[in-house]
Write a protein that binds this ligand. Structure first.
Ligand code: COA
Length: 178
């Protein structure tokens, strides 16, 4: 039997940025990787319906392969105050799609959505050891403005309370109209 090369396919994929719809909720769990955040996704969606959050997704063939959520109001007015400052969070792109500009496109679109709504500052938290993400934010113009212990908790899909302890830098950027 002669050895032959197995085929390689080149795909021209369309990635479309849009706000999440209800049908995305189970898909945002990424086949189990983020099942523990089910209640957080549902709450974010309810808040999107109330105009308090936005769930931006990068859609590939109907599947959200990237996510970036925006919190317009927060009890901590230094990160989001409903008027001037908006907090970006839950920023992730599926591993096999990383390094192709999808994350940058999500950040830029989130900033455009914030500006359209009259916000002037965007904030984001980055874990202190996440040097790659910090470099990405710095490239986009974000600067550290405070240190945060990164302690928060959530109820997982089985109703168990989970505590997160991830010291982070809080970064901010003044959004400018182009
Ligand atoms: C951070 C993340 C959303 C960027 O998405 P992306 O589509 O790869 O972003 P882009 O292609 O637009 O930009 C890639 C940049 O992100 C950086 N990056 C961060 N983590 C990366 C990773 N795991 N793989 C590839 N690039 C990564 C790269 O260094 C690159 O920066 P550079 O241009 O200065 O070299 C994505 O890497 C990710 O989901 N990481 C894991 C979750 C995470 O850390 N989220 C941020 C929480 S603060």
């Amino acid at each position: 039997m002669t050895a032959r090369d197995l085929p390689t396919l080149s795909l021209d994929l369309r990635i479309h940025l849009r706000l999440a719809v209800r049908e995305d909720l189970p898909k945002l769990e990424w086949y189990g990787q983020y099942t523990h955040y089910r209640t957080l996704f549902r709450r974010a969606f309810r808040e999107q319906q109330l105009g308090r959050r936005l769930m931006l997704v990068a859609d590939c063939n109907g599947f959200p392969i990237g996510q970036l959520f925006m919190q317009l109001h927060s009890a901590d007015r230094e990160i989001a105050d409903g008027v001037e400052r908006v907090y970006l969070y839950a920023f992730r792109v599926m591993e096999m799609f990383r390094g192709h500009g999808i994350g940058t496109a999500l950040m830029e679109e989130a900033e455009a959505l914030a500006l359209e709504r009259g916000f002037r500052w965007a904030t984001i938290a980055v874990a202190k050891e996440n040097h790659d993400a910090r470099r990405l934010y710095e490239r986009l113009g974000y600067r550290i403005f405070k240190d945060d212990p990164g302690q928060w908790r959530y109820r997982d899909h089985e109703g168990r309370m989970q505590w997160v302890n991830e010291p982070c830098w809080m970064m901010e950027k003044e959004l400018l109209l182009h």
